[in-house]
Design a protein around this ligand. Structure first.
Ligand code: GDP
Length: 699
């Protein structure tokens, strides 16, 4: 094995850090989480020369080392902890050539920690159009480091960058800003108390609210006395530090950077005015959304149908070639459909992220966030919650994955918790069949179909529930999380295909590995519960044969009767009957109970389960509907699916958390079982109460 250099990649958000990371590592990257928290950890390997590799850690984007979010804590904790296995030999700060001044703040802070720091000035391709010129040599002299002028879009400057990484040991580690110049008296005292420590590092330990459990505590004994300096005093010193840094930066840039504003073509401000306009902004945004959803529904239905039929065929084939028995059934009816249930989501996830990442890459998304932020904030959400909430109408899984770019943990958590309320496509078949049963085919005002209005109402109800619970959670959740909104509007750009594709591949992979395992496990468990049972279950053929003596039944009729009998007597069937007393006040019988139990895995199973129970052989909607309409309550003699129980059922499905895939993804995204279980419990409780109230009121 060759030698390896530890490299930390740092930079402000939107400087192209991810693109630089992608350029350096290609697909040689790994995404995980930092232990115990939900911040994403991306690392990769880049070959520098023969026998020499760089291990590159892509740290979360941050504006400075003054921590105000979880992401920034990660950065500081790493940089202050020499014992961390990821502690960098060399840091690369990625800066955007158009925002050098702001970007250099972070650079000077990191360099002052005594870490060799290379400056990578990105987006060099835009310099010409923006009429920017830079004197790199002089800048290198003033900042006392190596500077690589790069463009990740054009793949330029990366050889130089790699060369600088290789030679990192020769970089100067002299601080840019002398800490004691900020407050001489204070820092002199500090220096006396800790003669062997780096002053700036001490300063960060004192001022930052970070978990220093991992730091060399022994060496910092007595630091608490410096911490007790009144907070306002520390704040003041922090401000002085920032001012001192900007003074230094201004001084440096004055002589090295020139922008000829006259010659810059300002397409950007004109676009911004339209896209964040109070009326046009919304119209354009909703137009784009409409387009995207149309595309997601239309386009992904082809691959989804294909996946569906392929897995069905595969399952048939397995049954045909393997010896009949429990093991074959497990594979053909448990595992293969379980896998199919994961793979079927891939098209929707991939398409949604294709669009989201294009919108992000072009710079449009930041305008939407800006546009929506104010109205969303009232409900404890962020402008960035719009995308997850709207995507939830296709499927909550990609939607919840799309919350990753919300910086504030509280806002992100709230978004994750409320997203499953939005009406996802799996609810649609359930809604359609029940609406057709219990809502009369009438017109309102002569034009609107009552059934259509009911459906629309259910969608609005979903959004309303999401927004309302967000507002409630914002009040209830005691999570300290600073939400400061930096209006970050990157320039408009043509998306980089490589970035888009990597996002799509990464998200899809993370769904398949993250949620897939749990989905598969639960589908196998449910299959077992539905395919085995005690007592009569095992004598199904015999009992049905006795019951149907003398009847002229065709083979399929007999088979569906047996299947229905088996389901009723399986473990799931017993569970359905067991919960009947609990669902009777909602207007349901044990058959609906079974359908509810089995659709805890996935809502769309509801219709199929009823089809089996009512022993309608084919799953054709028409037949099932007729059969459902004919169901009569044996005690009252009234139809089971009447207006009251129908509405109650609709409301139950609108609120209940019946999707194990969503639970699995929430578990993954929040890194704990606490939140998904909480969500499952709360949503089920709401569903139950609302359905109960509706039935009791309407019956
Ligand atoms: P991050 O937020 O810092 O990780 O930045 P990203 O890598 O996501 O890039 C932000 C935006 O800058 C994206 O729209 C990229 O397409 C764009 N971008 C990245 N590198 C370059 C570059 O070298 N030139 C130009 N013109 N745009 C770039």
């Amino acid at each position: 094995m060759g030698r390896q250099i530890n490299v930390a990649l740092l930079g402000n958000p939107n400087t192209g850090k991810t693109s630089v990371f992608n350029r350096l590592t290609g697909l040689n990257q790994k995404v995980g989480n930092y232990p115990g928290i939900t911040v994403e950890k991306k690392e990769g390997v880049c070959t520098l020369e023969r026998g020499l590799k760089a291990h590159i850690l892509d740290l979360p984007g941050t504006y400075s080392l003054n921590a105000s979010s979880l992401d920034e804590n990660v950065v500081i904790e790493l940089l202050l902890n020499k014992n961390d296995k990821d502690f960098p030999d060399v840091a690369i700060v990625v800066a955007d050539v158009e925002n050098l001044k702001r970007n250099l703040l972070l650079f000077t802070q990191i360099k002052d920690l005594g870490i060799p720091t290379i400056l990578a000035i990105n987006m060099a391709d835009r310099m010409k159009r923006k009429a920017i010129s830079l004197d790199i040599e002089q800048l290198e002299e003033k900042l006392e480091t190596k500077i690589a002028l790069i463009s990740s879009r054009k793949n330029e400057g990366f050889e130089t960058l790699k060369q600088y990484i290789t030679q990192y040991a020769s970089l100067s580690v002299k601080p840019c800003v002398n800490a004691s110049s900020i407050a001489p008296e204070y820092f002199n005292r500090l220096e006396k108390a800790f003669p062997d420590q780096d002053l700036y590092k001490l300063w960060l330990v004192i001022t930052q609210d970070v978990n220093f459990g991992v730091l060399e505590r022994g060496a910092l004994k007595g630091i608490a006395t410096f911490q007790t300096e009144s907070t306002s005093n520390l704040k003041r010193l922090q401000q002085k530090e920032t001012i001192a840094r900007y003074q230094f930066i201004n001084e440096v840039l004055k002589e090295t950077l020139a922008i000829d504003t006259e010659n810059a073509k300002d397409f950007r401000s004109r676009m911004d005015r339209i896209l964040t306009h109070r009326i046009w902004g919304y119209i354009i945004f909703f137009g784009i959304l409409l387009l995207i959803f149309q595309a997601i529904f239309d386009w992904s239905s082809y691959p989804m149908d294909f996946i569906d039929s392929t897995f069905a065929a595969f399952s048939e084939w397995t049954k045909a070639i393997m010896p009949p028995g429990d093991f074959t059934n497990l594979i053909a009816e448990g595992i293969i459909p379980g896998l199919g249930g994961i793979v079927i989501f891939i098209p929707q996830i991939a398409f949604l992220f294709l669009f989201i990442s294009i919108l992000e890459e072009t710079g449009y998304m930041s305008r939407v966030v800006f546009l929506m932020d104010r109205s969303m904030r009232r409900f404890g959400l962020s402008g960035k919650s719009v995308v997850p909430l709207v995507s939830g109408t296709a499927c909550a899984i990609p939607a919840i994955m799309a919350t990753r770019n919300i910086e504030s943990w509280k806002e992100r958590l709230i978004t994750i918790l409320v997203t499953p309320f939005t009406t996802c496509s799996a609810r649609l078949p359930v809604y359609l069949i029940i609406i057709a049963l219990v809502i009369p085919e009438q017109r309102v005002l002569g034009i609107f179909s009552l059934q259509g209005l009911t459906l629309m109402f259910l969608y609005l109800l979903g959004f309303g529930a999401a927004i309302f619970s967000a507002w409630l959670l914002d009040k209830v959740l005691k999570i300290r999380s600073k939400s400061f909104f930096v209006i970050e509007m990157p320039n408009y750009k043509v998306p980089i295909l490589k970035n888009v594709m990597i996002t799509v591949v990464e998200k899809t992979k993370s769904f398949v590995w993250g949620a897939g395992k749990i989905i598969l496990a639960i589908s196998i468990i449910l299959w077992v519960l539905a395919s085995y049972g005690p007592g009569d279950f095992n004598r199904a053929e015999e009992i049905i044969a006795q019951q149907t003596v003398g009847q002229q039944l065709s083979e399929t009729e007999l088979e569906t009767k047996i299947a229905s009998f088996k389901l009723e007597n399986s473990y799931v069937g017993h569970m359905g009957k067991f919960i009947e007393p609990a669902v009777r006040p909602l207007g349901y019988d044990w058959k609906i109970g079974i359908a509810i139990v089995s659709s805890f895995a996935a809502r769309e199973v509801f219709v199929g389960t009823l089809a089996t129970i009512y022993s309608v052989g084919s799953e054709e909607e028409e037949t099932i509907r007729n059969r459902m309409a004919a169901e009569v309550n044996p005690v009252l003699g009234t139809p089971i699916f009447n207006f009251a129980s129908g509405i109650s059922l609709l409301l139950f499905y609108a609120f209940a958390m019946q999707c194990m895939s969503t639970l699995a993804i929430v578990r993954r995204e929040t890194n704990s079982w606490k939140w998904p279980l909480w969500q499952l419990f709360a949503m089920s409780a709401i569903a139950y109460i609302v359905a109960l109230a509706a039935y009791q009121f309407l019956k």
